[in-house]
Design a protein around this ligand. Structure first.
Ligand SMILES: C[S@@+](CC[C@H](N)C(=O)[O-])C[C@H]1O[C@@H](n2cnc3c(N)ncnc32)[C@H](O)[C@@H]1O
Length: 366
């Protein structure tokens, strides 16, 4: 049943490099190194005097990244030890993972969120309903919770909440009811057939996506606890950055993009206390300058060439210095900071809100 994984094509590579601004001699952390597509370009940019540190929780991804980064060094005949390091770990513990590698400061941190093409396309990993396989969906194969475990053990109401909250699935309750009636579920096809049966025929015909897409997205997010990891990871990334260092995040559905936006706003100094409180207790203080008030979207040519890029949204921010920002508001900090030295190839005109009006929905990737 094994399928050779498709090579993962790095999404918004030119824009990522432009916003991250890697320069010779700098240390850049790729917190989601995957197959090393972005990391290879970052390594070329920082050169033999800099360093790229890549993290992933998927050991298969780390092997691919290692081969790719070695090839960059071999091609350029850089002397060993090569200027990169890879570590298996969850970016929710970013600070601890980097401390083990002796990394205390970085000029840039990249998060390219979600699953890679290799994970999605490797049928036996159970991320896709395009073929039958065990309902797995773990990015880290050593984690105990699989998608099968969740669908077979969660109470119906919790399952419905999961499908609604992480998949924005409007038939969440009906799908949860059908799952519970059909337990135990073992394979991707069983789940896919349940979703297809629950959807009314007219909706099935009119929907652009398969009726199982949202349920698969929801389970993948839950199995890998994708959303919970973001706030602590972004806070750690900001701690790690040197003054003027950049953090760049590529998100692929509106739930994670919304979290990135809110965390950036908080780290830029916006108070998140309830309005009723007489004084701020959330500890907000400006530590970041947001460089992309709206997310940057991929160019239409990229989406044509790589449909997986279609839902990408890039956000970037820059670390403020400790002096001079104490007590500033987000707006004061923004006014004091200079314009970004390197403009992206596709500057942020292609922002959400101009292309899509009103509230945006999750764009599922399964
Ligand atoms: C979209 S891929 C990255 C692709 C990469 N930028 C490239 O060009 O090849 C996302 C990667 O992040 C990893 N990942 C997702 N969540 C993670 C987490 N919390 N900690 C560590 N790695 C994670 C996944 O295993 C996957 O390999």
């Amino acid at each position: 049943m094994s399928t050779p994984p498709e090579p993962h094509v790095p999404v918004m590579l030119a824009e990522t490099l432009a916003w991250l601004a890697p320069a010779p001699g700098k240390v850049i952390v790729d917190a989601t190194v995957g197959a090393g597509g972005h990391a290879a370009a970052l390594l070329s940019a920082v050169g033999p005097t800099g360093r790229v540190v890549g993290i992933d929780r998927d050991p298969e991804a780390l092997s691919l990244a290692e081969a790719r980064l070695r090839a960059v060094c071999d091609e350029r005949r850089w002397p060993s030890p090569y200027p990169f390091a890879l570590a298996r770990g969850d970016f929710r513990h970013l600070r601890a993972v980097l401390a083990q590698l002796g990394v205390e400061r970085a000029a840039g941190v990249l998060f390219d969120l979600g699953a890679s093409s290799m994970q999605l396309d490797r049928v036996e990993r159970g991320f896709t309903f395009r073929a039958d396989a065990p309902l797995d969906m773990r990015m880290d194969p050593d984690e105990p919770t699989t998608a099968a475990h969740l669908v077979n053990t969660l109470p119906e109401a919790e399952l419905a909440a999961l499908l609604r909250d992480y998949g924005e699935e409007r038939h969440a309750r009906a799908i949860a009811r059908a799952i519970v009636a059909r337990r135990p579920l073992r394979t991707t096809r069983q789940l896919m057939e349940i979703c297809a049966r629950v959807y009314p025929p007219r909706e099935r015909r009119e929907e652009k996506i398969h009726p199982a897409t949202r349920a698969f997205q929801a389970l993948r997010i839950a199995v890998n606890r994708e959303l919970e990891a973001l706030p602590p990871a972004l806070a750690d990334a900001v701690d790690l950055l040197a003054t003027g260092g950049r953090v760049v995040v590529l998100a692929y559905h509106s739930l994670e993009d919304r979290i990135v936006k809110r965390e950036f706003q908080y780290l830029a100094g916006r108070c998140r206390c309830p309005k009723e409180l007489p004084a701020c207790i959330c500890g907000a203080r400006p530590r970041l300058r947001i460089l992309t008030p709206k997310p940057v979207l991929p160019a239409p040519e990229e989406v044509r060439a790589n449909p997986r890029a279609r839902s990408a949204r890039l956000r970037a921010a820059e670390k403020l210095g400790d002096e001079g920002t104490e007590g500033q508001t987000e707006n004061q900090a923004r006014r004091m900071s200079a314009a970004p030295p390197t403009l992206p190839r596709h500057p942020p005109q292609r922002v959400l809100g101009r292309t899509h009006r009103g509230a945006h929905r999750a764009v599922p990737s399964a």
